[in-house]
Design a protein around this ligand. Sequence first.
Ligand code: DGJ
Length: 732
Amino acid sequence: MDIIYHAESRQFHLTNDQVSYIIGILPNGEPGQLYFGARIPDSKDRSYLINREFRAMMVGMPDQEDFSLEMNRREYPSFGTSDLRLPAYEVLSSNGSHVSCPVYDSHEILKGKPDLPGLPALYTEDEEEAKTLLLTLKDPVNGMEIVLSYTIFRDYPVISRSVFFKNGGKEELRIERALSISLDLPDHDYVWMQFSGAWGREKTPVHKKLSEGVTAIGSLRGHSSANHNPFVILRRENTDEFQGEALGMALIYSGNFLAQAEVDTYGTTRLMLGIHPDRFSWILKPGEGFQTPEAVLVHTAAGLNGLSQTLHSLYRKRLSRGYWKERPRPILLNNWEATLMDFTEESILKIAGKGKEAGIELFVLDDGWFGARDDDTKGLGDWYVNKAKLPGGIEGLAEKIHGMGMKFGLWVEPEMVNPDSDLYRAHPDWVLAAPGRPRSLGRHQMVLDMTREDVQEYLYERLHATILEGKIDYIKWDMNRTISECFSALKAPEEQGKVYHQYILAVYRLYERLIGDFPELLFESCASGGSRLDAGMLYYAPQAWGSDDTDAVERMRIQYGTSYGYPISSVGSHVSECPNQQTGRNCPITTRGNVAYFGTFGFELDLNKLTDEEFEEVKKQVAFMKQYRELIQGGRFYRLASPFTGNQCAWMVVSEDRSRAVFAFYRSLCRVNPGRKRVKLAGLDADRLYKAEGREYYGGELMEIGWEVTSAPSWDPEKDGDFYSRVIVLEG
Ligand code: DGJ
């Protein structure tokens, strides 16, 4: 891995044994993109990739009419000179001009990777793992300095990028758009993949062939959202899960975002990602700076599984931090679907006690333990225990749960308040609200103005005290509504464009303070399920509740879709009751477990209500997960058969040394007298013998011939009916 600088040609080659990223200074003095893709040998000069040509209607650069930025690939495109494609950033000068044209000023090559203060970011554990190029550009007219940062990692086909702006001039400058990354690709023979959905059906892969014009997704909801995720893939048309070229771009950020591909009239593609420019503006006084979030760029020639595996490993090892980073996650029991907010200490202890009997390790008390919170219309924000429900307080209940030999976890939703709460009655000014306009509600609640110091201090004090008193081991941090009327009462009119970004920075800051105080506390992020499951959150909370939809068939799809961008160790997945509370469907408890294993694993039901037979199955599931969770959560995950294209779903996890694997297949509906079907396994050692289900197979035969998954071989609908599934362990 290296960053090679060729002084004569003024070109930079960022390379490791998998990828090359080449930058050259263009004739107008700004950095241009010469190549990104699979590794190519280094060369002193690749200026032949710079285009000088005249096309009708084209605008050239001053004094260089044959050189147009529009005909070239740019590193960080501005708008307004000779390139009129959509820009990566825009700066408004005090004279009203949007034109900006910074040029290369200097560069620095560092070992390792600097932190991004206040923002989540990839990191290195020793400085030999990565190198960082800082390219400083300066605009001689308005004084804006822009530092483009690129890190190449030794062990990953990944470049991470971010941008720092500094007003080096004498007048105020306003940043109106500041994306984190822009990549100009020489063609548009790509299929764009986005991960879209809604509450309860998060992260469905959507495929669109790129063509002239703009393909874009984003969020203006104040959080990354279930509607679209800040992660996109461009794949070649013939790329599948196992072979072919693909690029992935992800934003390590949890707020508003824009992901966009523009195909121009000459068939080239500009792919960009960053903070959504709508409702964003940032004034920089002379000397002030602004740091964008970081974006990750991945390249693979090994198909979509290859791309996902890179992100899984990168996020697990170099984004998640601290005590829980790669530790097997505790098997938990959450009371939400069992009781909603209707519980007492006694009923909770009864549920927890049964969990202990099943071997569960962590009990989580969900919503309803504080204030007057008997339903979702009241109490939110009053982070004081409800003594009518829990007479001994949180510490009393926690002590009893700890006494049973389980860890204790608690639900909170710090960013929100019900109007019917003591907090709102005391501080109606603490919410985000547009002056003089009615305040919109979502789930009967408003959003606190997290940018205010007093709000942050209140929340920090309450959370800190509660965690301390209860010796709490786990926090589920929820967020159940989108932000509307994003206006902060304490800010001047010209500062309102900062609020969305400062809001999420304040959320990050609160997490950071609590992590600092309680380094062994496990956080699970949640936003009505997976509405804020993004790379930014993984820096603080190594796991996220995948979806409020706990139906096993639905979850199969959600977890399959989520696995494109996120490691399965980061996705909260529970066995819940039947009929399922979201779909009314009855799935066998085995299938509910077989889906939930491929995540952090837990239960969300009253185990006392199960039949003896079902409870025995729960005990077996807990034992199975304890035996295999290190392999499942830490191994290499392969998608094998997509539930989005057929009646079957299959996936597997293989240990790093390929000696063990867990393979699972699921069938939604039972078909009568079906044809035979096999699923080919992946990632095994072809010449190794694996024991599975009482016989031995070579890895090669399992990968080439496959495992028979024909429906209903026993002709017994009781046994092999709808929602049938199997999990098979392979021991080599
Ligand atoms: C939404 C979450 O996704 C649920 O799991 C549960 O915690 C509820 N909120 C509680 O209000």
